[in-house]
Structure formats: C-alpha cells, structure tokens
Write a protein that binds this ligand. Structure first.
Ligand code: NAD
Ligand code: TYD
Length: 343
C-alpha cells in the first residue's frame, strides 16, 4: 500500500480514517475524493492537507471519468470507499441521491478498480443492512433485511460488491459497523445533534419512548477495524466491526444531559418520525474480525466524554454548519411539526 484513494474524505468517518492512516504510515500518500455534499466540509480536511501527504480531488464516485482519472494519474493501488448519503431521516424525505451514490457510485468504483488493476478495495458498509436484531447479534451470515431507503441503498451497494467479486474476482472486502460517534460528525446524527442543541440550551427531540437500541462504536475503533480488514482480511469476505456498545437512545441522552449539566426537561419525546421503518435494535457480533487479530480499544464512557469535550472546544467547526440556511431548512422541514416552539 503506497497510494490510497479515500472517498468521502471530507465527511465524518472518512476524514478520521485519513488521520488514522497518515499518523501510522509515514510512507503512504492519500488521494481524497469527495463531492462536498451538505455533509462534506473543506474545514474538516485542513489538518490532513497540512501533512503534505494528502491531496484533495473534488468529484463524485459515480463519475467514471473522475474516478478513473484519479486512480490512473496518481497510480492508486488501494481504494477505501466511505462516500455515501448516510442519514436515515433524510432518506425518508428523498432517497434519489442515496441510490445514485450508495449503489451506482459503488458500481463505478468497482469497475475502475478492476480496469486499473487496483490491488485491494475496502467498501465501508453498515450493520443497518441486516435490519432490526431480535434476541441474537448480527453475524456476517445474518440475511440482509433493510428497512429504510438508506439501509436498502447500502445493501444494494453490498450486493454490487459481492457480485463483482464473484463474477470478475475483483479484490474487494466489506466491513459493516454499528453507529459511530466522535469528532467531526455532522450535527444531524443523534449524538452531535443533541450535544450542539444542548450547548445552545435547546430541547432535544427523542423519537418515541427512546427505547431503541444502537450498538455504539467510537470512530477510531471503526477506523482500526477497517484498516485491519484491509490489511489482513480476505477479498470477497464481509467483516462486522463492533465493540459491544449497546445502549438505548434514552440512556445515551441522559448521559449527555449529565455531561453537559442540563436537566431532564430538555428531552422532548416526540411521535416517531421514522414510523414503522425505525429499527428497534442493532447488535453486532464482531468475532470474525477478532479471529484475525483485531480488538477494539476505546471505553464507551470515556470516549463519549472526549467527544462532548471536542464539540465544546470546536464550536467554530460546527457553528459554521448549524448557521447555514440548508441546515436550518432541513431541521425545520423534518422537525418543525414535532418541536413547534422548541424548534
Ligand atoms: P458522512 O455523511 O459524514 O460523510 C459522507 C461523505 O461522503 C461526505 O463528505 C460527502 O460529501 C461525501 N459524498 C456523498 N456523496 C458522494 C458522492 N456521490 N461522491 C463522492 N463523495 C460523496 O458519513 P459518515 O458517517 O462519515 O459515513 C461514512 C461511511 O460509513 C458511509 O458509507 C456510511 O454508510 C458508513 N457508516 C457510517 C456509520 C455512522 O454511524 N456514521 C456507521 C457504519 C457505517
Ligand atoms: P442516528 O444518529 O440518525 O443513526 P441511525 O439512524 O443510523 O441509527 O439515530 C440514532 C438513533 O437515535 C435512532 O434510533 C434514531 C434516534 N434519534 C432520535 O431519537 N432523535 C433524533 O433527533 C435523531 C437524529 C435520532
């Protein structure tokens, strides 16, 4: 691995993965490709560019001219794909971009990997493709049963990966992780949305009774899991990434209130805007990745505390987003009728 193409490098996990790799591999150069959608930020990549070993290319993963151009001109030997439309709530409003990026974009990358003889591709997927867990945890053999337009588009991308490997022996591996949290997460996902609202003394909208369970993973554990699967996993295989971080949405919200010293009255229980598509529980069995030598490192409470501190210390980063018209418009459109005067 000498020249890595990281797609979705201006987003949450993609940028953290670039940081992770640049720190550990002084001999590696990263080409970052990102369409700079509402979720991608130039400011997120400032420290990456300062290393001198990161070069940014604006563009969409479904644009074959751009993708083939970067891979061939930069002699890319490894591709890690983070680029995606990634928010369930947005997918319920309009799923068209999800199909374009999460399915068609993955296909374009696979074709380019094959055409340019790239040595290995790692496709970053999600545990949400398995649908809602009942008693047991998801293994890589759990059937795919997505329940939202987002998770269905991710499952579609995974199926393209599977078929490309079987049909053409394309050297590609999939990882599927649970809900991430950490620095640089766009403030529409539960944890950064709630932290940033609580810092502004605004109420937080908890869907239903808050009893849904998510299996939380600190972003650096996800990055190390992806990197381990890239270096030590087999092509054609799927590896779940998880650190046994199951917790209800109510529990996590109470923890955030404690950390920010806010009262319980800041929770506003609202009718569930996801309705029947809201998965009740995610639960990950990551023993397959552990069996090839990976271990998560981060303790949940400490990582959550560090994440809260990051949002307290980096208000310029997130206020530049929350003050944008498109951000406010989404919050109003999606939450307006539930939050009313607490918007
Ligand atoms: P994000 O929304 O923060 O970032 C996505 C990035 O992709 C943005 O920078 C955006 O500009 C870029 N992008 C979107 N469409 C593009 C396109 N067509 N071409 C190029 N770039 C495009 O998402 P994230 O939370 O960092 O998630 C990254 C990946 O990890 C996604 O594939 C997601 O499905 C997966 N994942 C996320 C989580 C999580 O909890 N956030 C958990 C498991 C898996
Ligand atoms: P989210 O962070 O959007 O991730 P995902 O949909 O991928 O799990 O949501 C995490 C959980 O938090 C999910 O069960 C929905 C819930 N939730 C709320 O209760 N209120 C909110 O405002 C948001 C954004 C999420």
């Amino acid at each position: 691995m000498k020249t890595l193409l990281v797609t979705g490098c201006a987003g949450f996990i993609g940028s953290n993965y670039c940081r992770y790799v640049l720190k550990r591999h002084p001999d590696v150069t990263i080409c970052g490709l990102d369409a700079l959608t509402y979720a991608g930020n130039l400011s997120t990549m400032e420290d990456l560019e300062a290393t001198g070993r990161f070069r940014f290319f604006p563009g969409k993963i479904q644009d074959e001219v751009v993708v083939n151009g970067v891979i061939s001109s930069q002699a890319v030997d490894t591709v890690v794909n983070f680029a995606a439309e990634s928010h369930n709530d947005r997918s319920l409003l309009d799923a068209a971009a999800f199909i374009q990026t999460d399915v068609a974009g993955v296909f374009t990358l696979l074709e380019a990997v094959q055409r340019n003889n790239v040595k290995r591709m790692l496709h970053v997927s999600t545990d949400e493709v398995y649908g809602s867990a009942t008693e047991s945890s998801f293994t890589e053999l759990t059937p795919l049963a997505p329940n939202t337009p987002y998770s269905a588009s991710k499952a579609g991308g995974d199926m393209q990966v599977r078929a490309h490997h079987i049909a053409y022996h394309t050297p590609v591996t999939i990882t599927r992780c649970g809900n991430n949290f950490g620095p640089f997460q766009y403030p529409e996902k539960l944890i950064p949305f709630f932290i940033t609202r609580l810092l502004d003394h605004k109420k937080v909208p908890l869907y239903g009774d808050g009893s849904q369970v998510r299996d939380w993973v600190y972003v650096d554990d996800h990055c190390s899991g992806i990197h381990h699967a890239l270096l030590h996993g087999f092509a054609g295989e799927v590896y779940n990434v998880g650190s046994r971080g199951e917790c209800t949405n109510l529990e996590i919200t109470k923890r955030l209130l404690e950390l920010l010293d806010r009262p319980m009255e800041m929770i506003k229980f609202i009718e569930d805007p996801r309705g029947g598509s809201h998965d009740r529980r995610y639960s990950i069995d990551a023993s397959k990745l552990q069996s090839i030598g990976w271990q998560p490192e981060f303790e949940f409470d400490k990582a959550l505390e560090d994440t809260v501190r990051w949002y307290v210390d980096n208000q310029d980063w997130w206020r530049a987003i929350t003050s944008r018209d498109d951000y406010r418009q989404f919050i109003e459109r999606y939450y307006g009728r539930y939050l009313g005067e607490d918007l």
